[in-house]
Design a protein around this ligand. Structure first.
Ligand SMILES: [Zn+2]
Length: 476
């Protein structure tokens, strides 16, 4: 059996994460600092995410489009809050074609400004609303400390941008996008997430409010998986996006924007992975079934390979099945490799199995081996794949529950979180300054506001009347 080169999670979680990415062949750092090369196996995961998410976005009536990578400096400067939030981490193009540009161009850190300058020319009448647009693109934010998939200088994402006639419609759209992400996380990526509003401190620069999905990594840190913003009318006023209402009067639109990125791949790794490597929910696995033929002689080889090909053909055509028939590599090496790569089901077929008309099946989520009669394969595999998908979700949910705590007192919280990371629920009333102080002292921030109807509860920090129930955690 090939030796496992992966650091254990308990030894060093950060190193474990990097080892998994390397050994599962998902990505590597490029020669450009902070930028990653997503390798075919990792990119296939992104394609599966993209395909499913794109279907869901289109089902909501949102159309895809594409805007330029470059944004004129004057656009970025037009929305005050936005420029404050993003300017420090922007890359700026000053020269083109060998000459200094008349106006600097920002490499997009997000596309609100370039899109909304154009939106001001699109929506002329209430009949043109709502305007529902999505873009799949790359984004650049000059990060100082990077980690593949979780935080990189360049990353891939989708960004939805919508414009509506009323605040209520924008509220509904922001909530719809959050629900879409929540459902996608749960049913496609097997990720249990908390959802809710962000605190003022954590709100997107220029937004009325931000909604988010937050997952819990196996090291007890929170990871923001998706966001949805109600932008109010701030951008509409800065970019003059107006429409004529039914009475013929000019009104500013209400807007939303929402996105998920290649960070979802990092989230899958840190939520589902174990000491053996990646654990992929079947729906997002490049190969759901990997078949490994085992033989010694040429005669055995012919028989086994023929059997394996027939088996592959018998499976449902929608399943992603791979036969690993590479020569000169031992079955043990292949077993280990596909374990590290998180393939949900591995099937081993050798000459003895053929005689007994059975195969050996290994499931990655539980590391169990079982013998299955060849005749029952198709049925067993279909059943098992949905069972694995559900089990991976269930395990992650259990972990989340076991690592969610309630605290009533700040000092108690400070002690607990220094010992054990996790989601900490608390009643709260204080402002962003206190939140910053708490972050300085504990490294924890408010991840989501769970509830804003909390009559009769006391703030865990100051003892005043609580206005909300929040979740604190250290975050990626
Ligand atoms: Zn308070």
């Amino acid at each position: 059996m090939a030796k496992n080169k992966i650091t254990t999670q308990s030894q060093d979680f950060s190193q474990w994460y990097l080892d998994v990415i390397k050994e599962a062949d998902l990505a590597e750092y490029s020669k450009v600092k902070g930028c990653m090369i997503i390798k075919p196996y990792g990119y296939r995961i992104w394609e599966l995410i993209q395909r499913e998410m794109d279907d869901r976005i289109k089902a909501a009536g949102v159309q895809n489009c594409y805007f330029p990578l470059f944004i004129p400096e004057s656009f970025i400067n037009r929305e005050k809050e936005h420029v404050k939030g993003f300017a420090p981490e922007c890359a700026i193009v000053t020269h083109g074609g060998g000459k200094k540009l008349a106006e600097n161009l920002y490499v997009r850190p997000t596309s609100e400004t370039i899109m909304y300058d154009t939106f001001s020319e699109w929506g002329q009448s209430y009949r043109d609303l709502p305007l529902l647009i999505n873009q799949w693109a790359n984004i650049v934010r000059w990060e100082m400390r990077t980690r593949p998939f979780l935080r990189t200088t360049e990353f891939l994402w989708q960004e939805g941008h919508t414009a509506h006639a009323t605040l209520e419609e924008a509220d509904i759209e922001a909530a719809r996008a959050l629900k879409m992400y929540n459902d996608f996380d749960k049913n496609f990526l097997a990720l249990p997430v908390l959802t809710g509003k962000k605190s003022r401190k954590e709100t997107f620069a220029g937004a009325l409010y931000t909604l988010a999905t937050e997952a819990l990594a196996k090291d007890g840190k929170a990871i923001q998986a998706g966001t949805s913003h109600n932008l109010g009318q701030g951008f509409a006023k800065s970019f003059n996006i107006q429409y004529q209402d039914e009475k013929g009067e000019l009104q500013y639109v209400w807007q939303t924007s929402w996105g998920v990125s290649t960070r979802l791949i990092g989230t899958i790794i840190v939520v589902h992975g174990d000491d053996h490597g990646l654990v992929l929910p079947p729906k997002v696995a490049p190969y759901q079934i990997v078949i490994i033929p085992i033989y010694k002689t040429d005669q055995e080889k012919d028989k086994v390979l023929e059997f394996v090909e027939n088996m592959k053909d018998s499976f449902d055509k929608n399943l992603r099945v791979h036969v690993d028939n590479r020569e000169n590599l031992s079955p043990g090496f292949k077993f280990n490799e596909w374990e590290v790569k998180g393939a949900p089901i591995r099937i081993e077929v050798g000459p003895k199995d053929l005689e007994k008309d059975q195969v050996v099946l290994f499931r990655r989520d539980t590391l169990e081996k079982m013998s299955i009669e060849s005749g029952n394969m198709k049925k067993e595999v279909d059943k098992l794949l949905s069972e694995i998908q559900e089990n991976i979700y269930k395990k992650a949910l259990e972990f989340q529950k076991e690592n969610t705590f309630s605290v009533n007192d700040y000092n108690e919280f400070k002690n607990l979180i220094s010992e054990k990371s996790g989601f900490y629920k608390a009643y709260f009333c204080c402002d962003a300054k206190v939140e910053e102080k708490i972050q300085d002292e504990t490294k924890a921030t408010i991840r989501v506001i769970l509830d804003e109807d909390v009559k009769g509860k006391r703030c865990f920090y100051c003892g005043g009347e609580a206005t909300q129930e929040v979740v604190f955690a250290k975050a990626y």
